[in-house]
Design a protein around this ligand. Structure first.
Ligand SMILES: CC(C)(COP(=O)(O)OP(=O)(O)OC[C@H]1O[C@@H](n2cnc3c(N)ncnc32)[C@H](O)[C@@H]1OP(=O)(O)O)[C@@H](O)C(=O)NCCC(=O)NCCS
Length: 157
């Protein structure tokens, strides 16, 4: 089941982000900031956060997304993670497919995802390519020397 993130999910979501052992401390900090904006400012429209539950009703993963500022119908998938013990079971796919359905529902045209070019992100990039996201641009040395910003898109209409 995919549902809006609740305040009571925060500790589990932060634990699963840490458990991926994927993100640097400053990245975890930014992930938490986005979650806090969502939880503490119910009237804001920039960030939406959903969680996916396993059959045992455990939070298995989460996804942050929102409308891209100064665009008409473009949406960003800002952040997502699936806990290591739930990875490879289709939760990530379901989260992305849910986002696509939701963006279509609200008249969106385009989803953008950005990630890093480093070998650590090979599986993540394969994951997005497998979901038919297309690499549209690369900004060389964006994150740091040797670490490009890779931009994927999917057109929905
Ligand atoms: C990337 C991530 C979100 C994928 O979630 P997941 O639940 O493990 O992925 P799924 O089980 O839904 O896999 C969906 C598809 O992607 C493929 N896939 C998933 N991980 C893959 C990998 N490491 N290598 C190749 N393909 C992969 C699966 O084979 C599957 O294909 P199929 O549906 O045709 O069988 C998850 O592994 C994760 O949290 N990684 C660490 C954090 C991260 O990279 N976050 C995104 C960057 S912000």
């Amino acid at each position: 089941m995919i549902r809006p993130m609740a305040r009571s999910d925060k500790s589990v979501v932060m634990e699963l982000i840490e458990a991926t052992a994927f993100f640097r401390p400053e990245e975890v900090h930014v992930a938490e900031e986005l979650v806090d904006v969502y939880l503490n400012h119910p009237d804001q429209k920039d960030y939406d956060v959903v969680v996916i539950e396993s059959d045992e009703h455990e939070v298995a993963g989460y996804l942050t997304w929102g409308e891209t500022a100064m665009t008409v119908g473009t949406y960003d998938l800002y952040w997502m993670a699936v806990s290591p013990r739930h990875q490879g079971k289709g939760y990530g796919r379901r989260l992305v497919e849910w986002l696509e359905g939701r963006v279509r529902e609200i008249g969106g045209r385009l989803i953008i995802i950005e990630t890093s070019s480093t070998p650590k992100y090979d599986p993540t990039r394969r994951f997005y390519l497998g979901l038919n996201y297309r690499e549209i641009a690369r900004i060389p040395d964006y994150y740091q020397d040797g670490d490009d910003r890779v931009i994927y898109i999917k057109r929905l209409v």
